[in-house]
Ligand binder design. Structure first.
Ligand code: FES
Length: 157
């Protein structure tokens, strides 16, 4: 198969080589597409259109198939992450112990900032210790609005 893109800069070329290497490395894995997408996001932070094309090329899939998976799952970012992320659980167990209030407070305190992403997720596997959230990729439980403010206070200085 031919390459769908021609990288125009050294940075683009390195990115393209990284994605190709990851895709080739996992091409024979069971569920290779998901494995490759997770690996690419872990290494590069997000997926660009050219990454989708490279992965489709290596795995012998259509770009539409790969794009469909990328756009279905929130974890496969298509733009760079902001400096900070707060992903609050709104699953049933967390809702039962006050997640809605924590989410509302997080949005009020942080959602207006360009450098902070406040988003919802549905179960982080920490149900017994809810309300739960991932704050900059780290799991926290027994959250309250005040605790969340404490975890993020240095961001808002
Ligand atoms: S429902 Fe929130 S961690 Fe499971």
């Amino acid at each position: 198969m031919t390459h769908a893109t021609s990288p125009s800069s050294g940075l683009d070329l390195r990115r393209s080589e990284t994605v190709r290497r990851l895709a080739e490395q996992h091409a024979t894995d069971r569920g290779a597409l998901m494995v490759v997408l997770h690996a690419a996001v872990a290494e590069l932070g997000h997926l660009e259109r050219t990454d989708v094309e490279t992965i489709a090329d290596v795995l012998n899939l259509s770009v539409a198939d790969v794009h469909g998976v990328v756009s279905f799952y929130k974890d496969f970012r298509t733009d760079p992450a902001p400096a900070h992320t707060v992903h609050l659980c709104r699953g049933e167990a967390c809702q039962a112990v006050g997640a809605e209030s924590v989410f509302a407070q997080a949005r009020a305190q942080l959602a207006h900032r360009d450098d902070v992403e406040v988003d919802e997720v549905f179960c982080l596997g920490n149900c017994a210790l809810g309300p739960s959230a991932m704050v900059d990729g780290r799991l926290h439980g027994r959250l309250s609005g005040e605790r969340l403010l404490g975890l993020t206070e240095e961001w808002v200085r």
